[in-house]
Design a protein around this ligand. Structure first.
Ligand SMILES: O=P(O)(O)O[C@H]1[C@H](O)[C@@H](OP(=O)(O)O)[C@H](OP(=O)(O)O)[C@@H](OP(=O)(O)O)[C@H]1O
Length: 552
């Protein structure tokens, strides 16, 4: 989890506050899965068998995820098998899918421990196709960016062109991805503007010059250093400006390409590909501001000082379903300060023993911009994503509550699970499209009367075109709240269906650029970087709602 300690005091302008240093642990995986279905057990890939439970985030970048499988599942409103298996394995350990992005076979999944959700803000994703001169998404990059406790991080998963002779093309495509991926917001518009960038994927760089025999003999004798200097990416690091600042750990594992499927034997097919480290994980810290900057409150001065420590960088030979081996790396990211004031605080009793106990109090931060479409979800511990709720209530504020600091919500019997279990409450901000407040786990022990209402997984998949598929979560219930619609809190218009449905409706009708979120205001107010927003709301629909919303 986050370690936190007091380090220093600074006086930026009139503000007086503490700088705290904290760290998060990030586990990154890249794997060209070669259109294979997921293996039964990916425990060792995720390190769940050996981990100390201190990983805060999992970032999983896959390439060559079977598009045909996705197309079939898309019709059935399910997600792809790889996303499913990752969620299945990680959710029991408290990891929730924060965001995902898919472009044909290139898939990026971002997971975090559920209690980090309120501090992961401005989540946005991007895709860039570079296949067929930019028209086809079989090659390219998908990224996810966010601020993590006030520090901007971008994860970029690429599948670059194959083959020995295409080293220059790979570099060109990488540059083109960097140029094209622009996020909304003031401080971090491009990938390289983020405090920390992780770049990984099947980058497809090969080992130049050396004969097959030499390469294989170096591998057999664990003399990888002979190969390092002929690795095209290593060579490019010396000459390509765009690679300045990118760092990579030593390649102490055998080349991860190309294997006969089902074996640990390098390619014996007619193609006879030379082994290569095609699958890589690199990172880059944003250039530190000049000395002295930030003393009087410069934002750039305060965003510098991030430190990345790589704990391991390895391949996983035990996985044989693909012609590539997976590669993983674990990092600690250390930052000089931490934004940890949630926008919404929810207070709940330790136990709900009867329906009458099912209440909670929520408090909004003064700068939080609420929407009348905000809701509070009841999640079973081990939930997979923010739509994976058992029940929900609208985060209603009565007009008479307007000046009060605290607001109460009540769950009715139909929103509660039967039997007992551990649950949390999460406050979903419609403007920010994310959870902005969570409780600690509490127990619900209610009389059992029949079926288990814990939700089952499903997700919606929307497609902008044939090559880009964006997964958006939906309630796990087959048809959430069908036939038991809850009224809208304003009372002036009723809303049927789930909060998800309400949100999707708004997404459909809004085209205007999203507004800055209060999260960003929050960051700025303590000197953090201004952020982009992933909010989908603004424009007429929102204005119409605001005019009816007692809380706005
Ligand atoms: O044609 P594009 O869309 O570029 O895709 C290529 C081709 O399928 C390559 O096969 P071929 O060599 O028959 O052209 C294959 O190389 P290998 O079969 O050598 O692996 C590449 O695999 P990756 O190297 O895994 O990306 C894959 O990315």
């Amino acid at each position: 989890q986050c370690t936190l300690w007091l380090r220093d005091r600074v006086y930026p302008g009139d503000l007086y506050y503490y700088i705290t240093s904290f760290s998060i642990r990030v586990h990154i995986i890249t794997w060209n899965v070669g259109s294979a279905t997921p293996p039964d057990d990916i425990t060792s890939l995720l390190g769940l068998n050996v981990g100390d439970g201190n990983t805060d985030m999992y970032i999983i970048g896959l390439q060559e995820v079977n598009s045909m499988i996705n197309k079939r599942l898309k019709d059935a409103l399910f997600t792809d098998q790889w996303s499913e298996v990752c969620m299945e394995r990680l959710s029991p350990f408290g990891y929730v899918l924060v965001t995902s992005q898919r472009m044909q076979g290139v898939l990026l999944l971002v997971f975090a421990k559920y209690f980090h959700l309120p501090f992961l803000r401005g989540v946005q994703t991007e895709t860039t196709r570079t296949g067929l001169g930019g028209y086809w998404g079989n090659k390219g990059g998908v990224s996810a960016r966010m601020s993590v406790y006030g520090h901007t991080i971008c994860f970029l998963n690429c599948h670059l062109p194959a083959h020995m002779e295409n080293s220059d093309q790979r570099m060109e495509d990488f540059e083109s991805i960097l140029q094209q991926q622009q996020f909304e917001g003031q401080a971090a518009t491009g990938v390289l503007d983020h405090d920390v960038v992780f770049w990984f994927g099947d980058l497809n760089f090969r080992i130049d010059d050396l004969e097959m025999q030499v390469v294989k003999s170096a591998i057999d004798n664990n003399k990888f250093s002979i190969l390092w200097e002929k690795d095209q990416l290593n060579m490019a690091k010396d000459s390509e400006t765009v690679l300045e600042g990118f760092q990579e750990g030593p390649l102490k594992f055998p080349p991860t390409y190309k294997f006969d499927v089902g074996t640990n034997t390098y390619d014996t097919s007619g193609k006879k590909r030379k082994p290569a480290w095609t699958d890589r994980i690199l990172w880059r810290l944003r250039a530190t501001a000049p000395a002295g900057a930030g003393k009087r409150g410069s934002i750039s001065g305060l965003t510098s000082g991030a430190k990345v420590t790589q704990h391991n960088y390895r391949s996983h030979m035990e996985f044989t379903v693909s012609d590539h081996k997976p590669v993983s790396s674990i990092f600690t990211l250390q930052f000089p300060y931490k934004v940890d004031i949630p926008l919404v605080t929810i207070i709940v009793d330790d136990e709900w023993n009867s329906v009458a106990d099912a209440t909670a109090i929520f408090k909004l931060a003064p700068n939080y911009s609420r929407s009348s479409w905000d809701w509070i979800g009841l999640f079973k511990v081990g939930f997979k994503h923010y739509k994976d709720y058992v029940g929900y209530v609208w985060a209603k504020q009565e007009e008479s509550d307007f000046l009060r600091q605290e607001h109460q919500v009540t769950f009715t019997e139909e929103e509660l699970p039967k039997g007992s279990g551990d649950f949390i409450l999460g406050y979903y901000s419609n403007n920010m499209s994310s959870i902005v407040g969570v409780t600690e786990p509490f127990q619900i022990v209610l009389p059992t009367s029949g079926d288990d209402t814990s939700s089952s997984d499903s997700s919606d998949v929307t497609s902008e075109d044939d090559s880009t598929v964006v997964m958006k979560m939906r309630s796990r219930s087959p048809s959430p709240r069908k036939g038991k619609h809850r009224g809208h809190p304003s009372g002036s218009r009723s809303r049927s269906g789930s909060p998800y449905q309400a949100q999707m409706k708004e997404v459909d009708v809004t085209k205007a650029p999203p507004p800055s979120t209060t999260a960003e205001t929050d960051c700025k107010s303590i000197g953090g970087p201004a952020e982009g927003s992933s909010s989908h709301l603004s424009g007429p629909e929102e204005q119409e709602k605001n005019s009816q919303d007692p809380g706005v």
